[in-house]
Design a protein around this ligand. Structure first.
Ligand code: GAL
Length: 683
């Protein structure tokens, strides 16, 4: 195994200025409250150990109530009070929601849906990032913020806009159409190249000038798939371009202050290719909300955190938002259970977050989010939520030594936004395939075994991993396919699942048989896809079953690991293995049931020599290690073992060291109460 590349010392990396230890706090919206409340806020923040708050996110209309009339007084006062209280500020550009005067004067900045419906003001984010008029106003507001507060002693970090693309990932307005055409001209150079890429010989779609091209607005029947894909790429790039425009102003005026924007890295947000945004963020920040209806919501949380670390390229990141308890926007907004808020918070820290922030500090009394939990609830300080807020502050102070330490994983799970978009386009062999379900099925098996995975883009450096999991990578570039193959040749076990390698980046089928780009690596060739009907299952020769997808697969160098025991493909391979260089490449041509997948994962981990963080962690107990390497500034190599008990029974887990939460010595094992947490600093 090659060593992971050495990263810069933690303190050399951009981080909110002046924040000691783990950052702790949340969105702070003082404009919703009278001055007396703001005074109390600072006192209570100090009591809770808060050291960083995000201010001004939705403040534009309060800062500029009429065009050109600025009212800075209240924000000056808020920042001064926070500074006096020792609390640092992630200051927003205040551009996340344009004020009513702006959209009244310039209704052309409003975004549109594919069917031409205008998204009107009255909520938030009613702007088109392609609108030159909106851009001008947003840049001007950002410059004003930077000039006014750039040297304020509380300023720690710039927070650009807010969750860019959250409500409007795609805009089909005329401004967006013009920007899309410019983007396409830049991508293709000539309209002939676009015609080739989009396959416009089909259905009389041939363009003779870029002026004829539109976004994929509401059409009769199926829209051109490559047009849909390019529009998704364009839309993600367009949001990033808007971020860059504001970020550039901040860099110009305050080059010493790091800049970020809060991403939504989870299985629920599809349309922003965050891997392509990463280089533009001084520090990666993520917002995550647990899916209350999902009894395994903590597994999806872990995935989100591992993906955040992947986007951050292994560096510590900021958990910019999560909830203390219920949210307001799910079907039924479950309040969090015993210890859940602490476990959720520390699960993010375990997987690389060095900041735990919430939406929001004080629960609103008006507006659409008044039933969304906060650090300080409606009912005040004599509440379990407030006590949890104070307790979390104590815990994070005790975890200060964890800051800057890293997570090392032997497993890479390849995750790709454009492949997600492409895999779920219409007119495919089945409409029942959900990319994130496939990814999560594999991730969950690793989680259940206590095996940590890095969630990385397929083009990442895969050289340091023993096992590389490639679920449903329907579209893949030649370069990314080559990286995956190189990992196998260098000694990794690589597993690729069905509906992978089928098309290139233009959604053109790779001819000669499936799985196209991976045929040679896997040593197989499938001649036809046999999707299964809704209730249909096939049996495999080990007695497990599979559903959704089967293929008529022929061996071309690989050996069968499982074959179909019944159905029209009886006797043909369903799972194969190919020796490749120093490693191997497995193909899973169908969707195994839970037992079938569990067995496969055991075989793969066994072959790859991947071990869980601790041997056989108890069911429902999450164990993750962060490490501080000898290159760290204090020079001491040490591990931090996070043990999160998601069950209602106390457990003992193998560990030796000091539990930073209780101060107790763990000699061979640590006791973790029901719903509880331990963080053992290992000797
Ligand atoms: C986020 C958003 C916050 C708040 C929160 C509620 O998407 O950034 O402003 O609305 O959701 O869960």
């Amino acid at each position: 195994m090659t060593e992971q590349p050495t990263r810069p010392a933690p303190d050399a990396r951009p981080w909110p200025l002046g924040v000691e230890g783990i950052a702790y706090g949340g969105d702070y919206n003082p404009e919703q409250w009278p001055v007396a409340t703001r005074v109390e806020d600072v006192e209570l923040m100090q009591r809770a150990g808060v050291n960083l708050v995000s201010v001004g996110i939705f403040s534009w209309a309060m800062l500029e109530p009429r065009e050109g009339e600025l009212d800075w007084g209240w924000l000056d006062d808020v920042l001064d009070r926070l500074h006096a209280g020792g609390i640092r500020v992630a200051l927003a550009t205040a551009t996340a929601s344009p004020p009513p005067w702006l959209t009244r004067a310039h209704p052309e900045v409003l975004p549109e849906l594919a069917d031409g419906t205008v998204l009107w003001p009255g909520a938030r984010q009613a702007y088109s990032v392609s609108s030159p008029v909106f851009r001008e106003y947003a840049v001007r507001m950002t410059r004003r913020m930077a000039e006014r507060y750039g040297s304020h002693p509380a300023l720690a970090l710039w927070h650009v806009d807010n969750e860019l693309g959250c409500h409007v990932p795609h805009d089909f307005s005329d401004d967006a159409a013009a920007a899309f055409r410019r983007w396409l001209e830049h991508r293709y150079g000539t309209v002939e190249a676009l015609d080739e890429a989009w396959g416009t010989a089909f259905w009389s779609q041939r363009y003779s000038t870029f002026d004829e091209v539109l976004p994929p607005r509401q059409v009769p029947g199926f829209a051109n798939p490559t047009q849909q894909l390019d529009f998704a790429r364009f839309s993600s790039d367009e949001l990033l371009t808007h971020y860059r425009a504001l970020r550039d102003v901040l860099r110009e005026v305050t080059p010493h202050v790091p800049t970020t924007t809060n991403l939504m890295l989870s299985t629920g947000t599809k349309w922003m290719d965050y891997f392509s945004w990463a280089d533009d963020l001084d520090v990666v920040a993520n917002d995550h909300y647990v899916r209350a209806h999902d009894p395994e919501g903590h597994v999806e949380l872990a995935f989100s955190a591992d993906l955040s670390r992947g986007v951050a390229d292994g560096r510590p990141w900021i958990l910019m938002e999560h909830s203390t308890s219920a949210v307001n926007w799910q079907e039924r907004n479950r309040a969090k259970g015993p210890g859940e808020m602490l476990r959720n918070s520390l699960a993010h820290v375990a997987r690389g977050a060095d900041a735990v922030m919430f939406f929001q500090w004080r629960q609103s009394r008006a507006g659409a989010e008044k039933f969304h939990s906060a650090m300080l609830p409606h009912a005040g300080t004599d509440t379990d939520v407030w006590r949890s807020t104070v307790r979390l502050g104590e815990v994070l102070r005790a975890l200060a030594p964890v800051r800057g330490s890293e997570v090392r994983a032997d497993v890479a799970l390849c995750f790709d936004y454009p492949a997600w978009w492409a895999a779920e386009l219409d007119s495919h062999p089945t409409q029942a395939l959900r990319y994130t379900d496939e990814v999560m099925a594999w991730y969950r098996q690793l989680w259940l075994r206590g095996v940590t995975a890095d969630v990385v883009r397929p083009g990442a450096d895969l050289g340091a991993y023993r096992l590389v999991v490639v679920p449903v990578l329907y579209s893949v570039t030649d370069a990314d396919a080559a990286r995956i193959a190189a990992a196998a040749r260098a000694g990794a076990t690589v597993v690729v699942t069905y509906f992978s390698g089928i098309v290139d980046e233009h959604d053109h089928v790779r001819l000669g048989g499936y799985p196209g780009a991976f045929r040679e690596l896997l040593g197989v060739r499938s001649e036809e896809i046999f999707p299964l009907l809704a209730a249909e299952r096939v049996t495999l020769d080990d007695g497990t079953t599979a559903d959704l997808w089967t293929e008529k697969t022929h061996l071309e160098g690989a050996v069968p690991v499982r074959t179909y025991a019944d159905g029209v493909l009886a006797g043909l391979p369903a799972v194969t293995r190919n020796d490749v260089g120093q490693g191997s490449a497995w193909y899973v041509a169908t969707r195994p049931d839970e037992l079938g997948l569990a067995r496969l994962v055991d075989e793969l981990l066994g072959e790859a020599g991947v071990l869980p963080t601790v041997p056989a962690p108890p069911p429902g107990v999450e164990v993750v290690r962060r490490r501080r390497t000898a290159e760290a500034p204090d020079g001491a190599a040490t591990g931090f073992l996070f043990v999160l008990n998601h069950t209602a029974e106390a457990v003992e887990v193998a560990a030796t060291g000091t539990d930073l939460l209780t101060g107790a010595e763990a000699r061979g094992s640590v006791h973790v109460p029901a719903h509880g947490v331990a963080v053992v600093q290992e000797a």
